[in-house]
Design a protein around this ligand. Structure first.
Ligand SMILES: NC(=O)c1ccc[n+]([C@@H]2O[C@H](COP(=O)([O-])OP(=O)(O)OC[C@H]3O[C@@H](n4cnc5c(N)ncnc54)[C@H](O)[C@@H]3O)[C@@H](O)[C@H]2O)c1
Length: 347
């Protein structure tokens, strides 16, 4: 029994940071889910600090058409950047085939996970953002924000200006230093930690922070704007209340989480009747996306494990196609078939 081990470097070298690939895969997975071709159990959450929300989550899913069952084991430690100078989110994926149930891959999962968040935002933007969007504003300048800038630029190539507000000026400067070379035709402007300066008048608004506070104000969102909400509680309730359409990756899942919309639901301020659609309904053409240039539209993705697994699988296949990674042995035979097993048993 053996599996392929893929590090993040293996995946990057194999060309897996591919926004279009991730969007195509996410779209197909959404359609498979709609057709009941996906097993999608509830995730398991273990929270170690209520104050900081440090947690490790276990998110399984099965793609029946692909005959692949996978799990994302993901850590979210919001204090990591400030306290340890390392990333907040880290993840590992295991993929197994479901003929014999054997593992086929163990792979670094932060890349796939962050790419999934960005691909879902971009799929939503394809249906919901104005085609002539030129200005994108961010509150939050971390890993999700960075990947989101790339994916939004991929679907809205007319984006010219990016404004970014973070908790510290240093966070904004790092964002600009790392992202400017990747989007050379865009001007990236630091907002000096002022959310208003980043967001006011923007065509696309993104919040991707580790804060738990109503940072985005409704009055900063102009008519026609598209808002992609990524973190937890990041916007005042009036933002959703003034939007003409609210779309979720999966409303039912949102009702079980702690995002702004989840809080509003728990407090009786929002119900399923207020939700225009789940994203798969736009992708499949069952519901319209943007219908006018003046609609304000709110998109909230809380994360769907089957999209993670689908993107992880696509990465694994692409990596295998170029012989990336290493094959590792898990076991050579069954336990009692091992030569010399009698010498290894301890009673
Ligand atoms: N929706 C999803 O599917 C999904 C997936 C992964 C992560 N997330 C969430 O996205 C958020 C961002 O994750 P990340 O990996 O980018 O984290 P990160 O630590 O890399 O970045 C966090 C950013 O938030 C900023 N920030 C913190 N407090 C702020 C404040 N008060 N005002 C302005 N900016 C502030 C920081 O400056 C930093 O730039 C987290 O809440 C994470 O849990 C959501």
């Amino acid at each position: 029994m053996s599996f392929t081990y893929l590090s993040q470097e293996d995946l990057l070298a194999a060309g897996c940071l591919d926004i279009r690939m991730a969007m195509d895969v996410a779209e197909n997975a959404l359609l498979a889910f709609k057709d009941h071709r996906v097993l999608f159990p509830e995730k398991i959450v273990q929270i170690f600090s209520q104050a900081s929300q440090e947690r490790i989550n276990c998110l399984p899913a099965t793609l029946l058409d692909e005959q692949i069952c996978g799990v994302k084991w993901v850590s979210v430690f919001p204090n990591n950047p400030a306290r340890h100078g390392v990333q907040n989110l880290s993840a590992i994926f295991v993929l197994s085939e479901i003929e014999k149930g054997f593992p086929v891959a163990v792979m670094e999962g932060t890349l796939a996970s962050n790419l999934r968040v960005a691909a879902m935002g971009a799929l939503a933007a394809r249906h919901l953002a104005r085609r002539d969007s030129e200005v994108i504003g961010f509150i939050g300048a971390g890993e999700q924000a960075r990947m989101h800038l790339l994916s939004m630029k991929a679907v809205c190539p007319g984006l010219k200006v990016c404004r970014v507000a973070a908790k510290t000026v240093a966070d904004e400067e790092q964002f600009i230093a790392e992202m400017a070379p990747l989007v050379p035709d865009m001007q990236i402007v630091a907002a000096g930690t002022h959310g208003r300066a980043a967001m006011i008048g923007a065509d696309i608004l993104v919040t991707a922070t580790s804060a738990q506070a109503p940072l985005l104000k409704a009055e900063w969102m102009k008519p026609g704007a598209f808002y992609s909400h990524i973190g937890g509680w990041e916007d005042e309730y009036a933002v959703a209340q003034q939007c003409d359409k609210i779309i979720c990756d999966d409303w039912d899942t949102v009702t079980h989480r702690t995002q702004t919309l989840s809080r509003m639901y728990a407090e009786g301020l929002l119900s399923g009747n207020d939700i225009h659609a789940d994203l798969h309904e736009l992708v499949s053409g069952h519901k319209p996306g943007r219908e006018s240039d003046t609609e304000r539209i709110y998109f909230n993705a809380v994360g769907l494990a089957y999209i993670d697994v689908a993107i992880g699988l696509a990465m694994y296949r692409r990596a295998r196609a170029v012989d990336a990674g290493r094959t590792l042995n898990l076991q050579e035979c069954m336990i009692f078939e091992h030569p010399g097993i009698a010498d290894r048993v301890r009673l």
